[in-house]
Each structure stands twice: as structure tokens, then as C-alpha cells.
Write a protein that binds this ligand. Structure first.
Ligand code: FAD
Length: 287
């Protein structure tokens, strides 16, 4: 099934997982998928490395497993380090597996890997995908602006190019202050972006995640968020509860504000997804 059909019917609720490193057991992710499936998400997306590692075959295997379990899969596809021929090969494989939904991405530029020159932006990849098959295409968007962009306005103008190229809908980068998302959504509408925009929500439930948020994520950390994290960072259970509660609070507010969908960055943690899903079950059904 193509994801655009789901947006036509309801407010979407979806999950992201990543293929674990080769060193961890395949059974673990497959068990996680079984648990996530019980929550009846509208789709589950699988991340894909920009560097062309062999783990990417595993990403496709995970997407196939999702499909076999009766859940709609979406595979991420970053293009910056791939040639046209390589992307065409991956698209053939995606098609062969019966996967219909692709999150078309540029990928982060790694200073140690000179990018291949075939695709400069996700919009180039979207044009290419459209010529190579009948896929539903998602694009990424950034409520606080992409770090490479000179301004939020300019980034949203570039986002319009991505939508005009054929993105059916968008998923946002994570954020911790819903006001950024609402402001971004208003500007996007003003600039003529009329496709559904799912809000990306990351529950921060352990200390390692906090450290990553502070050093690399680029999202603003509101005072309320920092206060909670500082208070509970050395108490794993309390931190987990607080992170889940914070995410639920964001999600309830987004639903109440008419969001098109919620994409939960599960970090392969089915327990956290279960708790959040349970807390918003009636809210999801009321929509
Ligand atoms: P683009 O849309 O190409 O944008 C990148 C920059 O170029 C922006 O500053 C934009 O303003 C500008 N720009 C865009 N189009 C044009 C244009 N036509 N002309 C001029 N300027 C333009 N990375 C992975 O490697 N694997 C993943 O699985 C993955 N999953 C992700 C999932 C989500 C929901 C998100 C939000 C990000 C994900 N990423 C992933 C990270 C993503 O690859 C990076 O954020 C990357 O830096 C930008 O990708 P993009 O597709 O948004 O790029």
C-alpha cells in the first residue's frame, strides 16, 4: 500500500526503526518488530546508511520483514554517496521486494568521504525515482531549518522544490518545542507547500541520548526539557518515565493542533513505543 492513501483517510501514526549493527543478534530487531506490529502503526520506516555499507542489505531485509508481518514498510534512501547506476540497482531491489514507499534523502555529507556527483539534493533523487518506478515518495523537512541552509525561509523555499519534484508527503526532523513546528508549518503553507507533514518525535529516555542531543542534534532544547533531563539524568527509571511523559505531552498538543501525522523515532525500543501508544490510544481514535 502507498502511504499517501493512509493520509487521505486519517491522522497517521508511524514508527522508525534502524537496522542494528552486524554484531547484535538479528532476532532482537525481529522481536522488536513483532512488538511494534501489535501496536498497529500505519507504517514503519527503516533507516539506511549514507555510506553504502553492507548493512544496507539488512535494512532491506528488515523492510521485507515488516511487509511480511502485514505492516506497510517504508525504506529510507540517501543518495549523496551513490551513483545513478547504484541507485537504479537499489530501486530495482526495492521493487523486487514489493516495497512501495521510499523516504528520499540527500544524506549527511561526511568530510572524509567525497560525495559522488550524480545527486546534489534530495529533489534530484526524487526526479530520478519518479522515472524509475511507481513509488510513494516522502521527503525530510526541518522545523528549525536544515543546518546547511542560510535561513529557515530559504530552507522552506528549497523544500518547495522537493515537493514540486514529487514528494507526496514530508516527515520532520525531531524537535522538542512544538512552537517551532507550528511556525514552520505556517511558513510552508504560505510558500505553497500543500502535502501532509508528519511531526517527528523522539522520546529521550536515557543518558546516552541526552548527550547526543546536546552535542549533535541541532534541535533547540527548551528550558523545561533541560530541567527535566538534568534532574533525572542519573536515575534511569525516572529519566525514562520523564522522557516518555515529555513525548506524550508533545504528541497530545500536536494532535489537538490538527497535525497530519506523528512519526515516532523508536530507537528500536518497543517498550517506550508501547507506553506512548497506550497513552494516546483514545486520542488517535478520536481523530
Ligand atoms: P536536501 O533536501 O537535499 O537538503 C539539504 C540542504 O540543501 C538543505 O539546506 C536545503 O535547504 C538545501 N536544498 C535542498 N534542495 C535544494 C535545491 N534543489 N537547490 C538548492 N538547495 C537545496 N540520513 C541517512 O543517511 N539515512 C537515513 O536513513 C536518514 N533518515 C532521515 C529521516 C528523517 C525523517 C530526517 C529528517 C533525516 C534523515 N536523515 C537520514 C538525515 C538526512 O540525510 C540529513 O539531514 C541530510 O543532511 C539532508 O537530507 P535531505 O534529504 O533533507 O537533503
Amino acid at each position: 500500500m502507498k502511504i499517501r492513501e493512509i493520509f487521505n483517510r486519517k491522522t497517521v501514526f508511524s514508527f522508525e526503526v534502524f537496522p542494528p549493527k552486524k554484531t547484535s543478534s538479528v532476532d532482537t530487531i525481529y522481536r522488536t518488530l513483532e512488538q511494534l506490529r501489535e501496536l498497529r502503526p500505519d507504517f514503519i520506516s527503516v533507516t539506511f546508511g549514507a555510506g553504502g555499507s553492507s548493512n544496507n542489505v539488512f535494512a532491506l531485509d528488515v523492510a521485507s520483514k515488516i511487509k511480511d508481518s502485514g505492516v506497510v514498510p517504508m525504506i529510507h534512501l540517501p543518495c549523496i554517496n551513490y551513483t545513478r547506476e547504484e541507485v537504479a540497482g537499489v530501486l530495482e531491489e526495492i521493487k523486487r521486494r514489493g516495497i512501495e514507499n521510499i523516504l528520499a534523502l540527500r544524506g549527511d555529507i561526511n568530510p572524509d568521504i567525497p560525495p559522488k556527483r550524480d545527486f546534489a539534493h534530495a529533489s534530484d533523487l526524487i526526479y530520478f525515482i519518479k522515472k524509475h518506478g511507481d513509488f510513494d515518495i516522502t521527503g525530510a523537512c526541518y522545523p528549525e531549518g536544515h543546518p546547511d541552509a542560510e535561513s529557515l525561509e530559504k530552507d522552506i523555499e528549497n523544500l518547495k522544490i522537493k515537493v514540486d519534484a514529487g514528494a507526496d508527503h514530508l516527515i520532520s526532523q525531531l524537535f522538542f518545542d512544538n512552537e517551532y513546528f507550528y511556525k514552520f508549518r505556517d511558513i510552508a503553507v504560505q510558500k505553497g507547500i500543500d502535502v501532509p507533514i508528519e511531526a517527528g518525535i523522539m522520546p529521550v529516555v536515557n543518558k546516552r541520548q541526552i548527550e547526543r542531543m546536546v552535542t549533535t542534534c541541532g534541535a533547540s532544547l527548551p528550558h523545561r526539557f533541560v530541567k527535566i533531563m538534568q534532574r533525572y539524568e542519573n536515575n534511569p527509571e525516572a529519566l525514562r518515565d520523564a522522557g516518555i511523559a515529555y513525548a506524550i505531552d508533545q504528541i497530545v498538543d500536536l494532535f489537538a493542533s490538527g497535525v497530519d501525522g506523528i512519526h515516532l523515532y523508536t530507537m528500536n525500543n518497543a517498550y517506550v513505543a508501547e507506553r506512548i501508544n497506550e497513552a494516546v490510544t483514545n486520542i488517535k481514535e478520536a481523530d
